[in-house]
Design a protein around this ligand. Structure first.
Ligand SMILES: Nc1ncnc2c1ncn2[C@@H]1O[C@H](COP(=O)(O)OP(=O)(O)OP(=O)(O)O)[C@@H](O)[C@H]1O
Ligand SMILES: [Mg+2]
Length: 599
């Protein structure tokens, strides 16, 4: 008597369904994909009780012919591919012919559809034998009711209604980002949650995408986003990447699409992470919406039941391409936006979005200090108050510029409380955090000089002596080589005394004692070998911080102008090493608003 028995069909389907239908949001994802594959231009979603009670998706797509209705619910039946060859270059969302069958194994499904060839619509319920005539003007309505009614064990894993709804909403957001040409609406328990208009076909596609991205990601994301569009051979990466001034505590605003399909892919996430590594604080996460396009033959989408993972043929090449494209976008110096190279649209960070990000609602009492600050900044700027701004700007710009092209960050007009540089450019007022900006410039220069070999050093005629703790003495000995490579020659001058004989020339203006102490402290925490490979950038950041102009140092106008010009030329100069902005633009309209001045 054998003990191995074949499983009943329903049980087989239910087991398979477990992989595809993890929760209501997975049902919604499959239904949306089917509607898009059917060429829909508008999709309406109605949910009840987080999608568990009901998920109804109505589309205006091609519809299903009545003879195909039973096949739509059958396993391994699809209209989308017919051969292995097709599978290898699949361009539709669906290809397994499994989604509806899996859903029908764990819920009550009804399909109402009217194919263009038919005089009326037909409806097929998953628990009925045959389709019946129904009323529908066109397209398809799929209803999935009572999810997991026959698999109570799975129902227990469902979270609260609000959580399940949130997952459904997220699925819709992803689809909507990928398809700005399609209109979407979403309601939950009969209350409208989203209404997204389709972007008209005419005109620039990226404009439609920008509008959709604004709808989905909100007003805060936008001012910090840089658009990118890079290609290399058959690869293309486009979309929006947020500068570090807009970062997130989690990965919730990371959208990566491969050939229009939302994916969570380790390789792509890693490439992105690396591109931001240098400019984003370790605990923060970047925000982006990115579309990678490549020959479908170069990517296998059939590796995960929910199709959220992919496998690339040329993983290394893709990683390199994505990393470099992003890094270039994030690093583009400010002046590049005006150069002759194809301009990357730069959304100039606005002071008001920083204020909002810091939790201020402009106009509310909490915004006061910020507004006062902005106002006093402007007062200082407008020392020449009896002249209208326009002539002031013409004169200021004209007086220092021979070629006639006004620099992007303008010309310095004053220094505020020893902390901020005020400059005037064509758009209005620029405020620069002088320490943060200088720090960034030094950091990039130090990196470049180290990349090019050894940094230029400056020998000290009289060695600099500093008293040192036992740990500092030991670290200086162990890390002498690393220090030398960083441009610092240091040796014991006594049992508790160190002598510094040379410093990197770039840092000559800073406070060498503090610099050496901080470096020794950093180095003490890490093993001597390989410290330069593993911690190089942190060490350079420490050095840059100490080399940068301190607050309260009085700068002359030419010194401030020099700082502005260096910022324009330096990669990633828009953020300090900690991801904070180094400058802010207050445009004339923004200033006018502060003074309630209509123009
Ligand atoms: N909204 C719809 N409009 C038109 N046809 C549809 C729609 N939904 C499903 N179909 C038809 O039903 C078939 C089965 O759908 P199902 O989602 O089960 O499989 P699939 O999309 O082909 O593959 P996958 O399992 O990968 O999603 C599809 O191939 C398609 O022909
Ligand atoms: Mg499908």
């Amino acid at each position: 008597m054998g003990i191995i028995k074949p499983l009943p069909d329903l049980l087989i389907s239910q087991i398979a369904a477990g992989e595809v239908v993890e929760r209501p949001a997975s049902v919604l994802k499959e239904l949306l994909e089917n509607s898009l594959d059917a060429g829909a231009t508008r999709i309406d979603v109605q949910l009840e009780e987080g999608g568990v009670r009901l998920t109804r998706v109505t589309d205006d797509g091609a519809g299903i012919a009545p003879e195909d209705l039973p096949l739509a619910l059958a396993r391994h039946a699809t209209s989308k591919i017919g051969s292995l060859d097709d599978l290898e270059r699949v361009a539709s969302y669906g290809f397994r012919g499994e989604a509806l069958a899996s859903i029908a194994a764990v819920a009550r499904v009804s399909i109402t559809s009217r194919h263009a060839s038919q005089a009326h619509a037909f409806r097929l319920r998953s628990d009925a034998d045959a389709a019946e005539p129904a009323a529908l003007a066109g397209g398809t309505v799929i209803e999935v009711a009572d999810l997991y009614f026959n698999t109570p064990a799975r129902r227990k894993f469902l979270k609260t209604e609000a959580t399940e709804f949130a997952h459904c909403d997220e699925v819709l957001r992803r689809m909507a980002l990928a398809r700005p040409d399609v209109a979407f609406s979403l309601s939950h328990n009969a209350s409208a949650k989203r209404r997204l208009a389709a972007s008209p076909d005419a005109g620039d596609a990226s404009e439609g995408f920008a509008r959709r991205a604004r709808d989905i990601l909100g007003e805060e994301f936008f001012p910090h986003a840089r658009a990118l569009d890079a290609s290399a051979g058959p690869l293309r990466l486009s979309g929006l990447a947020a500068l570090p001034a807009y970062s997130r505590a989690g990965r919730d605003e990371q959208y990566f699409f491969v050939n229009g399909r939302f994916v969570r892919d380790k390789l792509l996430t890693h490439a992105a992470r690396q591109a931001w590594a240098d400019i984003l604080h370790g605990q923060r996460h970047p925000a982006y919406v990115l579309f990678l396009e490549l020959d479908p033959a170069g990517v296998d989408v059939n590796v995960h039941p929910a199709k959220t993972e992919v496998r690339f043929r040329d993983a290394r090449g893709i990683h390199q391409f994505v990393f470099h494209a992003l890094q270039r976008t994030l690093a583009a110096p400010l002046s590049a936006a005006e150069g002759s190279a194809p301009a990357t649209p730069v959304f100039v960070p606005s002071a008001f979005s920083y204020a909002r990000q810091a939790g201020f609602a402009v106009g509310e009492p909490a915004a006061r200090p910020y507004l006062d600050f902005a106002r006093s900044a402007f007062d200082a700027a407008a020392a020449d108050a009896d002249r209208p701004y326009s002539t002031m700007s013409a004169q200021a710009v004209g007086s220092r510029d021979e070629e006639g092209a006004a620099p992007r960050l303008g010309y310095a007009i004053a220094q505020l409380h020893g902390v901020y540089v005020l400059a005037q450019n064509a758009a209005g007022l620029i405020l620069v955090d002088m320490h943060a900006a200088h720090e960034r410039i030094l950091y990039e220069k130090l990196k470049n000089s180290l990349d090019a070999g050894a940094p230029a050093t400056q020998s000290l005629l009289v060695p600099l002596l500093l008293s040192a703790s036992e740990t500092e003495m030991a670290t200086a000995g162990e890390q002498a080589l690393a220090l030398a490579q960083l441009g610092i020659a240091i040796a014991a001058a006594g049992p508790r005394e160190l002598a510094v004989r040379s410093l990197p020339a770039l840092l000559a203006g800073g406070n060498p004692v503090d610099l050496v102490r901080s470096l020794l402290k950093d180095l003490a925490e890490h093993p001597a070998s390989r410290v330069l490979e593993t911690r190089r950038n942190e060490l350079l950041a420490t050095m840059a911080c100490h080399g940068a102009v301190r607050a309260h140092r009085q700068l002359s106008l030419p010194e401030m102008d020099a700082l502005l010009r260096q910022m324009e030329e330096t990669e990633r100069a828009d953020q300090c090493n900690h991801g904070r902005p180094t400058w802010v633009q207050l445009s004339m309209p923004e200033l006018d608003k502060l003074f309630m001045r209509g123009r």
